[in-house]
Design a protein around this ligand. Structure first.
Ligand SMILES: Nc1nc2c(c(=O)[nH]1)N[C@H]1C(S)=C(S)[C@@H](COP(=O)(O)OP(=O)(O)OC[C@H]3O[C@@H](n4cnc5c(N)ncnc54)[C@H](O)[C@@H]3O)O[C@H]1N2
Ligand code: MOO
Length: 504
């Protein structure tokens, strides 16, 4: 248990400010941009407005399978018995009924009957609409010129297309306004207007929008350049995947985790280095890597807490400038640090894997978004807890959770996933939000509103993940399995199911 009085720790917000100031020492907000082919720009943030090269939709089209009509043709008067208009054009046989349309079950008392002229499928070119008629149109079909509304097929009588006439019930005829179920040309975005403003992350919908605008995969888009990052992780106990797992050792989770996270956060390039517990060697390798790679930012994981082998803290306190190592009043992510090394900002996050990840999501993301603009800032929402949660007395907790639907009032419901301990990485991998539990003494009851931060957006950028963390390392990897033979899943309580009061 890492106990310390909350009063001696920085708040999350004050540490965010410190990281912003650190990164701003070498980079101004949105300093530079890079032109990338669209195919490589997924997950990146636009550096300039993207203008629409065409109207979207490119033509006025139907929102429904139904019948295109002129609204004026639905406004027949009981006296005339026909729809207004000149009454002489083709289709002037339009009649207003006064009873229930035969077999339709539709209430009458003002219904209008129109002859059906033509059928238009999506993809067919524009045609002229005959006044006083209805044209069958499928969803997406160009609205025939002269028609100004669409009646859904299921609301007319008969509710089908193989019919010479349709009867429009009075309730529908009276309430259909011009534009009903019509999608005007350019109603999503007009040609020349801003389709995606600068600052938009090229997520799934934005990629779809670019495709809809006709941008081909090698069309160039200008995106914010992210930092080139050197990521250091390790410790004597940490070995790369594929190596022999000797007693007391464990596989490197944080190197690949940082590599994936930094790329998803818009880093231009990421180099990963594993370091030992020897502070002199740590400084030597850092020195070498900073000189040869010239990163914009160094991120370290581990080696900063209260142990006897805190290689990062010891190395940077002795050889860095403006080093700060202390605590933030948050769990996980309590121990934190930062320094400047040979002019390069260094952000130091704690080594427990969930602490590394949560620190990146909440602390580093804020600074990268503010100073580099290479990713979106953390955007908190609210949800209600599905069960009671015991807070910590002096630290905000950032628990992992999954949104499980909505309550009767429409609020998102969030259930915690796994316990509070920061080694519970597989449980964290099942989470889609971080749940902010304010410090306090009394349990938060089920139904209490809490802040939640979506965290499951990273998959898009991973296709481009670069070099493995250990180039040249042993490539013989243990094969993944779905379940361990012999492990009784019914009776084994997993470590990540242990819950409250766990505040390491
Ligand atoms: N006396 C105290 N002890 C600890 C405190 C404290 O306040 N007082 N804080 C605890 C908290 S909270 C955290 S978080 C950790 C942070 O420690 P470090 O940042 O120094 O990290 P390490 O000691 O190097 O490692 C912690 C933990 O994570 C494992 N680890 C490290 N790197 C990796 C990796 N690349 N892949 C997988 N796992 C990794 C490491 O084996 C340790 O188990 O300190 C607490 N202690
Ligand atoms: O604060 Mo530590 O980061 O819980 O594991």
């Amino acid at each position: 248990m890492g106990g310390y009085p909350g009063g001696m720790a920085r708040s999350i917000e004050s540490h965010q400010r410190a990281l912003r100031a650190l990164l701003a020492r070498t980079h101004g907000p949105g300093d530079d941009a890079v032109a990338l082919p669209l195919a490589q720009a997924a997950g990146r943030v636009l550096a300039e407005d993207l203008l629409a090269p065409l109207d979207l939709p490119p033509h006025t089209n139907s929102q429904m399978d139904g019948f295109a009509v002129r609204v004026a043709d639905l406004a027949a008067t009981p006296e005339s018995g026909t729809a207004p208009g000149d009454g002489t054009e083709p289709g002037a046989g339009t009649a207003r009924g006064n009873g229930t349309a035969a077999g339709s079950g539709i209430e009458g008392g003002g219904s209008v009957t129109l002859p059906v002229h033509g059928t238009r499928a999506a993809g067919a070119g524009p045609v002229h609409h005959e006044p006083g008629t209805a044209t069958a149109v499928m969803t997406g079909a160009v609205i025939p010129e002269g028609a100004d509304a669409v009646l859904p097929v299921e609301r007319v009588d008969p509710p089908r297309f193989d019919t010479p006439t349709i009867t429009v019930p009075a309730g529908l005829a009276d309430t259909t306004a011009e534009g009903t179920f019509v999608r005007p040309v350019g109603s999503d975005v007009a040609r020349g207007a801003v389709a995606l403003p600068a600052g938009t992350r090229l997520g799934v919908a934005a990629i779809g929008a670019c495709a809809a605008l006709g941008l081909v995969a090698d069309a160039t888009v200008l995106v914010r350049r992210g930092p080139r990052v050197l990521a250091l992780s390790g410790g004597d106990e940490v070995v790369p995947a594929g190596a022999e797992l000797k007693p007391g050792t464990l596989y490197d989770a944080n190197g690949p985790l940082l590599d994936a996270w930094l790329r998803e956060a818009g880093a231009e390039d990421v180099a990963c280095l594993r370091v030992s517990d020897d502070p002199a060697l740590f400084v030597e390798r850092l020195e070498e890597a900073v000189r040869s790679l010239r990163p914009d930012l160094v991120v370290t994981s581990g080696g900063i807490s209260a142990g006897a082998f805190e290689v990062v803290r010891q190395g940077l306190e002795a050889h860095g400038e403006d080093a700060w190592f202390g605590h933030v009043a948050v769990q996980p992510g309590g121990p934190q640090g930062h320094a400047v090394f040979r002019g390069t900002p260094v952000v130091c996050v704690p080594g427990n894997p969930v602490s590394t990840w949560v620190s990146c999501e909440v602390l580093l993301r804020d600074a990268l978004a503010a100073v580099w603009g290479s990713c979106e800032a953390p955007r908190w929402g609210t949800a209600v807890l599905t069960g009671e949660v015991q807070p910590l007395p002096a630290r905000t907790q950032l628990r992992r959770g999954r949104v499980t639907g909505h309550d009767d009032a429409g609020s998102a419901r969030v259930a915690l996933v796994g316990g509070a301990s920061s080694h519970l990485l597989t449980a964290a991998a099942r989470a889609d939000v971080l749940v902010r539990i304010p410090h306090g003494e009394a349990p938060l009851p089920a139904g209490a509103a809490v802040a939640v931060l979506p965290v499951a957006g990273g998959v898009l950028a991973l296709g481009g993940a670069g070099e493995p963390c250990e180039p040249g390392g042993d490539t013989t990897r243990p094969r993944a399995r779905c379940a361990s033979p012999g492990l009784d899943h019914d009776t084994t309580r997993r470590a990540d199911e242990k819950d409250e009061g766990d505040d390491e």
